[in-house]
Design a protein around this ligand. Structure first.
Ligand code: PMP
Length: 441
């Protein structure tokens, strides 16, 4: 190996990019080199309006000075602290701040480094919780079709996105899936649909099939994001909660996307008025600036772990980077920014304008459905007959060229702008998509 060789900056060959068509991308790469507020800066010097908050994470917009300064200050003071048998003030401060923002009853916080790790952590806490209470026979986990819970083995096992599962062997045993909640009659409905709450009864069916006393936990995204934005029907989450309560099953909300104001409330649990036993978060926790996730944990669960001898480790689980100082500093500054700027309330106020703007695309070419909730939007396109996903990706490329970043999953355009977006920028985003749709065969 030539150790003196300095690779050319335009050599893209070494980096194996995640969830990316690598060959296609590297033939015509798109690069961002800077970010500020609502915009990215592309390497050819253009401002790109961010219609997706990065990947659903930069809820306060980019490079917010308060967050940048907090990270810089922390980096200068202390780079790393051991996560086990040791603490540092910022991580306790962040845990308290998160507890104060969380739905009532979720009073304890376990830190991770990503949404995927939050999911694994929540599933493991659920299993261990039952065992601590002498119900070790509760080992079954229930997920949902089209659910996305990250990419680790627990998450893809309870998840329901076929391509994320089928290449990776047998996965976790003892997992069942409820049906997803998208029905044909929901097309072009604004907000959440009135019909479909009965789909929650499938949980009762699964419970009776195996015996309710064998089921540890149910995990759902309150609003499914990555599968292309699927809403919970009115009353559906309430029903899940009731069935879980009836049978002593824990309810986990995966709020990696819906947490931190995306729906116009701190968490989807607040928005829907349903409190789960555990909430998984990541993304918006640090505004995307430093990787971090967290599991919010009901006090009844935490309490079950605190019953043993006090020299015992209560939970044999954790990560080297749990509560990392830089991430903790970013998290504290991020939550302060959300509070000081009232960004969750701002999202709620903007939501009706956002809804109208999205639904103005109803008659644009190829559009077969539009969905919206809070500051989330989805525009579903009719796929090209022999090339699924291509039409939406063509729209993505046209939007990029026209100065807007959108996201596609399959033939669905998913939108989730930073909560600082203004009405003129909403108009720009929607007009750009409209033009791209009209220019797409
Ligand atoms: N759960 C949900 C609901 C998500 O949307 C995501 C990421 N899109 C994850 C888990 C995984 O998060 P990460 O990519 O940080 O591992």
């Amino acid at each position: 190996m030539d150790t003196h060789h300095k690779p050319a900056p335009n050599d893209l060959s070494a980096y194996w990019m995640p969830f990316t068509a690598n060959r296609q991308y590297k033939a015509a790469p798109r690069m961002v080199v800077g970010a500020d507020g609502m915009h990215y800066k592309s390497d050819d010097g253009r401002d790109i309006l961010d219609g997706t908050a990065g990947l659903w994470c930069c809820n306060a917009g980019h490079n917010r000075p308060k967050i940048v300064e907090a990270i810089q200050k922390q980096a200068g003071e202390m780079d790393y602290a051991p996560a086990f048998q040791m603490g540092h003030p910022k991580v306790f401060e962040l845990a308290n701040s998160l507890r104060d923002m969380a739905p009532e009853g979720l009073e304890h916080v376990f830190f991770t480094n990503s949404g995927s790790e939050s999911v694994e952590t929540a599933l493991k806490i659920a299993l261990a919780y039952h065992r601590m209470r002498g119900e070790g026979q509760r080992t079954r986990l229930i997920g949902r079709e089209k659910g996305y819970h990250g990419v680790n083995f627990g998450g893809i096992s309870v998840g329901g996105i076929v391509n994320n599962r089928k290449f990776f062997g047998g996965l976790l045993g003892g997992v069942d899936h409820m049906p997803h909640t998208y029905l044909p009659e929901h097309r072009f409905i604004r907000g959440i649909p009135d019909t479909g709450a009965d789909l929650a009864d499938d949980l009762e069916r699964i419970a009776q099939l195996h015996g309710p006393e064998t089921i540890a936990a149910v995990i759902v995204e309150p609003m499914a994001g990555s599968a292309g934005v699927i809403m919970p029907p009115k009353g559906y989450l309430q029903k899940l909660r009731q069935i879980c309560d009836r049978h002593g099953i824990l309810l986990i909300f995966d709020e990696v996307i819906t947490g931190f104001g995306r729906l116009g409330a701190p968490f989807a649990a607040d928005y829907f008025g349903v409190t789960p036993d555990l909430i998984t978060t990541a993304k918006g926790l640090t505004n995307g600036a430093v990787p971090m996730g967290a599991v919010l944990c009901g006090s009844h669960i935490h309490e079950a772990f605190m019953q043993g001898p006090d020299h015992m480790i209560e939970l044999f689980h954790g990560y080297t980077y749990s509560g990392n100082p830089l991430a903790s500093a970013a998290g504290v500054a991020t939550l302060e920014t959300y509070r000081e700027e009232g960004l969750f309330a701002r999202a709620a106020e903007l939501a009706p304008y956002w809804e109208d703007a999205l639904h103005s695309l109803r008659d644009a070419p190829h559009v077969v459905d539009i969905r919206n909730l809070g500051m989330v939007g989805a525009i579903e396109l009719a796929p090209l007959p022999d090339e699924p996903t291509k039409r939406a990706f063509d729209v993505y490329l046209k939007c990029w060229e026209a100065g807007c970043l959108i996201r596609t999953t399959g033939d669905i355009i998913a939108l989730s702008p930073p909560l600082i977006i203004d009405k003129a920028q909403i108009d720009q985003l929607i007009t750009t998509i409209d033009d791209a749709l009209r220019a797409t065969a």
